[in-house]
Design a protein around this ligand. Structure first.
Ligand SMILES: Nc1ncnc2c1ncn2[C@@H]1O[C@H](COP(=O)(O)OP(=O)(O)OP(=O)(O)O)[C@@H](O)[C@H]1O
Length: 300
């Protein structure tokens, strides 16, 4: 079994003339699926590009099985699969031709390459569509081609950056299952701003906002942080706008007797409100949303 230890020590990145897009991120990772969550602009893609050795950290260091990536990026590249956020395909080629081309770029050729291309296409469920032009593929199918190309070298580290953007719910679900199947002994890092993308599959979560790492742990540990901060009660429909203005609204459900609202608050928001068991979505909003900032400010 290949080793699979990725370590980030106080990693930071600053774009020329800009603020710190990533600041002081430390993480120790092993096999499993890490869901990297964060709102737009949190620094996820910048971090992923450093992990994929596309850019070097401005500060700190990243090691793969103990080797510093700044000094020896090839230590990782041979065993890395990367699906960037802006992955594009050649519409005139079939999936089989496209992957054959990329296999050759990666140094695979002959029957071995053909076998590998077939294997990766069937792994992502595109065996039957392999000879169709990529221009005719749906968004979800194209993203699966993106995963297939990332799998060509049977990577130990698989990095996928916002792979579900633009997919419909069915394709999104299929993509989640695919990543779960692929995990095994590898480390899969999946970035997204959609909690349900990682809810069922991630063994660990890292949450970023404004360049900083706000949480690293299991989904259960994240949920525990929101315990006692998620409330529900029923209001008259005309009070909805007021509740929305005063609290972070996580959900609302129209019922015959009124609207059942679900809000985040650090203390009981209303005489009728009851604390309810948090879901992962609530906990993520609690960690990254305005309620969290307000509660944080009050405690300092
Ligand atoms: N090429 C660049 N030059 C300057 N600033 C950049 C560049 N790319 C990203 N940034 C800035 O760095 C910060 C982090 O961006 P990044 O793309 O890493 O976030 P993200 O979490 O991946 O968000 P998204 O999901 O929107 O891509 C943002 O403030 C962004 O504006």
């Amino acid at each position: 079994m290949s080793q699979c230890r990725l370590s980030l020590e106080s990693v930071g990145y600053r774009y020329a003339g800009g603020h710190a897009a990533v600041a002081d991120v430390s993480l120790a990772l092993g096999p499993g699926i890490l869901g990297l969550l964060g709102p737009n602009g949190a620094g996820k893609s910048t971090l992923m590009r450093m992990l994929a050795t596309m850019t070097r950290p401005s500060s700190g260091r990243i090691t793969w099985n103990g080797t510093d990536l700044a000094a020896a990026p090839n230590a990782l590249r041979a065993t890395l699969g990367y699906l960037p956020q802006d992955f594009g395909v050649y519409p005139a080629l079939s999936a089989r031709e496209f992957l054959g081309f990329l296999a050759a770029v990666k140094g695979l050729s002959g029957p071995k390459a053909r076998e590998r291309v077939d294997h990766c296409l069937s792994q992502v469920g595109l065996g039957d569509a392999a000879d169709r032009r990529l221009g005719e593929y749906s968004g979800g199918m194209r993203q699966r081609v993106g995963i297939a190309q990332a799998l060509l070298n049977d990577p130990t580290l698989l990095i996928v950056d916002e792979p579900t953007v633009g997919l419909d719910p069915e394709e999104r679900m299929r993509f989640r299952h695919l990543l779960t199947d692929l995990a095994g002994e590898r480390l899969v890092i999946l970035s997204t701003h959609i909690v349900s993308d990682v809810e069922a599959s991630a063994t660990a979560l890292a949450v970023m906002s404004a360049g900083a790492l706000r949480f690293h742990g299991t989904p259960e540990q994240l949920i525990a942080q929101a315990d006692g901060h998620v409330w529900e009660w029923t209001i008259a429909p005309e009070h909805l706008a007021d509740v929305r203005r005063r609290f972070t609204l996580c959900g609302s459900l129209r019922r015959p007797e009124g609207i059942r609202v679900r809000v985040l608050a650090d203390a009981c928001p209303h005489a009728d409100a009851q604390a309810v068991t948090p879901e992962l979505e609530d906990a993520y909003a609690w960690l990254t949303g305005p309620t969290a900032d307000a509660a944080h400010a009050r405690s300092h």
